[in-house]
Design a protein around this ligand. Structure first.
Ligand code: S3P
Length: 175
């Protein structure tokens, strides 16, 4: 079974859009942890956060990816932006496949997320302040969890996918 491609990164960096297109280009399956969790919860992530809280959401994220160990192959897996917050999750993701961090600048991130109502962490406070604070907290965690970092600012989906394919070629070749 071929290994998997894992996409991590902050909210709004394009994991789901890139993941879908990449999976079609490679003839891989596409899975998105947020979508799978919403299916399992039977409600939106926003509703789940309001009802059960963030800690429970994080616990369910860990449960979901742990269940993939030993069974997932030939899949592009997009993950929720908070997935690498738990060290345990970062370890599981590395075991599952090659981890790509889709990195976007703070300005691009704010512009993409302004007006968003589906993401519970953005519902309170000023968007600029929230993105600034969370990016500062999370950047080292994304860095540590990733095998490859991809700068996405100003790049088309096509360019991002080509970069991932090139990196995979190197990664898969013995050297
Ligand atoms: C979260 C990101 C969201 C979703 C949840 C929490 C986060 O996923 O999992 O709202 O903590 O950054 P996206 O990155 O797909 O928006």
């Amino acid at each position: 079974m071929r290994k998997n491609i894992i996409l991590i990164g902050f909210m709004g960096c394009g994991k789901t859009s890139v993941g879908g297109k990449l999976s079609r280009a490679l003839h891989y399956r596409f899975l998105d942890t947020d979508q799978l969790l919403e299916d399992a919860f039977g409600c939106t992530i926003r509703e789940f956060f309001a009802r059960e809280g963030e800690e429970e959401f994080r616990r369910r994220e860990t449960g979901l990816i742990s269940d993939f160990l030993g069974s997932l192959g030939s899949t592009v897996l997009s993950t929720g932006g908070g997935m690498p917050l738990r060290e345990e999750n970062a370890k599981i993701l590395k075991k599952l496949g090659t981890v790509f961090w889709l990195k976007a600048s703070e300005e691009t991130t704010v512009a993409r997320l302004r007006g968003d109502t589906g993401r519970p962490l953005l519902l309170q406070g000023d968007i600029e302040e929230t993105v600034h604070r969370l990016l500062a907290e999370r950047t080292p965690l994304y860095e540590a969890a990733a095998d490859y970092t991809l700068e996405t600012d100003g790049k088309s989906f096509y360019e991002i996918i080509k970069e991932i394919e090139n990196a995979l070629r190197w990664h898969l070749m013995p050297h």
